[in-house]
Ligand binder design. Structure first.
Ligand code: GLN
Length: 252
């Protein structure tokens, strides 16, 4: 078995170690004896989505997002078809915003891919914080770090999770990210996947199912260090003032 991972625009969209998400995909496949190929698509290069099983769209500054926006016009319909055909996508922060209709900054209107029915508007106060979510998709909390000026309004979309500690999509809604088909779109950097192996395996299983047409349950990995780190960070923030009135899940 083999999965091919497309890293979109790593020359422009790669903040706070988003590339670590790719390494995590590859390592966790390798540990299960599954081959991984990574194809970086620099801005302006042609992307053949039919060859891809997973796409990573990372975060970027407003300036970089504006540059990427020109290249995205060329891939808009192919990317949409890939998503509707259950292609797996991990979109982080700037990448999450770019899946929507637009990102309106203080200076510019950046057009998005219109794959998700969401939009983002900039506000001067940046939302910067460690963040912890409860997601119905996972039995353990998702942990990470957020740093964004944009507030994302997700309309009728399903959020990735409920904020336990931190700010999330708008800083007010109490929710974070979006899940749509096989897309996980989120503000969580850090990078997300090495901190949250449960999210990595979820996306890998989705990609394997789409490619090989059957439910493939990945063999469990020990992940003791990751679980210890997760428990530590959840414990550290459990009594802080930004905690919402919500019971947090824990690794047991
Ligand atoms: N430039 C966007 C914002 O500030 C996204 C930032 C990011 O990817 N960290 O909202």
């Amino acid at each position: 078995m083999k999965l091919t991972i497309g890293h979109l625009y790593p020359d422009l969209l790669n903040l706070y170690g988003d590339r670590g998400n790719i390494q995590c995909f590859c390592k966790r496949l390798e540990w299960r004896g599954i081959e991984a190929e990574v194809i970086p698509f620099l801005s302006g290069s042609r992307i053949d989505f039919s060859k891809l099983d997973i796409v990573l769209l990372g975060g970027g500054s407003d300036r970089e997002q504006e540059l990427v926006c020109q290249y995205m016009k060329e891939i808009k319909s192919d990317f949409k078809n890939y998503v509707e055909d259950n292609g797996v996508v991990l979109a982080v922060c700037g990448g999450y915003q770019l899946l929507g209709k637009y990102y309106k900054t203080d200076k510019k209107m950046i057009e998005g891919l219109e794959i998700l029915d969401i939009y983002t508007e900039w506000e001067p106060e940046r939302l910067i914080r460690n963040i912890i979510l409860n997601s119905p998709l996972f039995s353990a909390p998702i942990v990470g770090f957020e740093n964004h000026g944009g507030r994302t309004y997700i309309g009728n979309h399903t959020p990735l999770g409920k904020v336990f500690f931190g700010l999330g999509n708008t800083g007010k809604s109490g929710y974070e990210g979006v899940v749509y088909k096989n897309i996980i779109a989120t503000y969580l950097h850090g990078p997300l996947l090495p901190k949250n192996p449960q999210v990595c395996d979820y996306l890998l299983e989705r990609a394997l199912k789409r490619k090989y047409g059957e439910d493939i349950k990945l063999e469990k990995l020990p992940d003791r260090l990751e679980q210890k780190a997760n428990n530590y960070i959840v414990g550290r923030y459990s009594d802080k003032k930004y905690v919402l009135k919500e019971t947090i899940k824990r690794y047991t």
